[in-house]
Design a protein around this ligand. Structure first.
Ligand SMILES: *Cc1c(COP(=O)(O)O)cnc(C)c1O
Length: 441
């Protein structure tokens, strides 16, 4: 990629002073860092005014495009009232209103909201709360967690313990608690002739065998519903969630549903777990919750769990905290996000957009090197055959040259665009991705 002086200066300063996430910094000797000066709608603009379609919603957080006027206005309004106050012993309208509205979105089943600042902290909170619930109810032996093969729940030590991505986990193995992984219902792994539904049932049987033997020591099963993001957008049948819910009930184990990526309409329903017609014991939300504006996460849970902490004894309470818990600006951004879902009838509008996207990607799906072309709601993914070891980097660079931000996970290319993507942008994304594929063949 050619870079002008303005771009070059900023990326050199960044290389020196900023330690970038999820990056071997030495690769930036050759791989460019893209200096973004501003953003509008689906487009990011670098310091020279070159543009990139944000086809992965800036790491899965953006919902309605950048600089969305209604979210901007809400944050500015809140800024003039209250930017932040500690949430221990204090409260404010945005955090109360947000908790009430999120609870209503679960049909009132999950009526208690505990806030954190990012996805990993939500996972930590859910794991600790589950364990502490069992301890408070006379079951201190329930200390084990189960997750699904290939799962991703964040990278702090507790969250990494239930994450199953070797690249992130292996180095830190000596620091982590043991957890058990059960087979993934990912339909790409189904045996020949086995449907996604039947594969889900087979995987649920393995889960049952594990629970049968280990339920007495198991606190919770944690799952990414319908789509396992970091595993490479592995998609699975909702039947697995129905089975998992029934098994967790039967064996007295909590079901933690991590909707950090899938929540807020990404899979076609407001929450992915709605497609299985189940309710979790703990629901983790983050990423899209503020429309992609500000860090915020929440763990929602049921009244019976909340009641097990409600006591004269201080230490039976959940003594967990983060400095920015329930930040007022972030909560206002989240409220504005929920307003947009109503005002724009987003879930219904996305159904039309998803159809247009799937139609626009027909040629791509039929390309001889493309395998397992798939979609769930507003996520599309496919594997590229005979991709070399540096495929992801090469594809990323080629995409930038075609005005696209795409960041494959090994040989899996995926689209997770802002919901505000329009027909022309859908067309551009589909045709240019095809061109990139041709080019790096
Ligand atoms: C991104 C993600 C997390 C971690 O969130 P961070 O904000 O990056 O800590 C956890 N679970 C899932 C499913 C995610 O996609």
């Amino acid at each position: 990629m050619q870079t002008s002086t303005r771009n070059t200066v900023l990326l050199e300063r960044s290389r020196t002073a900023v330690w970038h996430p999820c990056t071997q910094m030495k690769q930036h000797e050759t791989l460019p860092i893209v200096p973004i000066a501003r953003a509008q709608g689906c487009w990011l603009y670098d310091c020279d005014g070159k543009r990139y379609l944000d086809a992965i919603s800036s790491w899965w957080v953006n919902l309605f495009g950048h600089a969305e006027p209604r979210i901007n206005a809400a944050i500015i309004d809140q800024l003039q009232r209250l930017e932040h106050v500690m949430l221990a012993g204090f409260t404010h309208e945005p955090v109360v209103a947000l908790s009430e509205r999120l609870s209503a979105l679960t049909g009132g089943a999950l009526g208690h909201c505990f806030y954190g600042s990012d996805g990993a902290s939500a996972t930590e909170i859910a794991l600790k709360m589950s364990f502490h619930f069992w301890r408070n109810t006379g079951r201190p032996d329930k200390t084990e967690f189960i997750s699904i093969a290939g799962s991703y729940h964040g990278e702090t030590l507790g969250a990494l313990s239930v994450t199953d991505v070797a690249l992130f986990k292996d180095t830190y193995a000596p620091l982590l608690r043991h957890s058990t992984q059960v087979p993934s219902p990912d339909w790409r792994q189904a045996a020949a002739g086995v449907s996604a539904h039947d594969h889900a049932l087979q995987c649920a049987q393995v889960l049952e065998l594990h629970l049968e033997q280990h339920h007495a020591r198991t606190a919770a099963l944690i799952v990414e519903p319908l789509v396992q993001g970091a595993a490479g957008m592995a998609m699975y049948d909702a039947e697995y969630l129905r089975q998992a819910r029934a098994l967790c009930d039967r064996y007295g184990v909590h079901l933690i549903v991590d909707e950090i990526m899938t929540g807020f309409g990404r899979t076609g329903t407001f929450f992915a777990h709605e497609q299985a017609d189940i309710k979790p014991d703990f629901l983790c939300l983050s990423k899209g919750i503020t429309g992609g504006y500000l860090p915020l996460s929440v763990v929602m849970t049921r009244d019976n769990i909340y009641q097990a902490f409600y006591d004269e004894s201080v230490t039976r309470g959940f003594l967990h905290s983060h400095s920015y818990t329930g930040n007022a600006l972030a909560c206002r951004a989240a409220l504005a996000t929920l307003d947009i879902f109503k005002q724009d009838d987003v879930i219904a509008a996305n159904r039309g957009k998803a159809q247009r996207m799937t139609a626009a990607t027909k040629k791509l799906a039929a390309h001889p090197r493309v395998r397992h072309f798939r979609s769930t709601g507003m996520i599309w993914a496919f594997e590229v055959d005979s991709a070399g070891p540096a495929f992801s980097r090469h594809f990323f660079e080629a995409a930038l040259a075609h005005e696209l931000l795409l960041r494959p996970i090994s040989n899996t290319v995926y689209f997770m665009p802002p919901y505000s993507i329009n027909d022309a942008e859908i067309e551009l994304l589909a045709t240019r991705t095809l061109a990139i594929l041709e080019k790096i063949s």
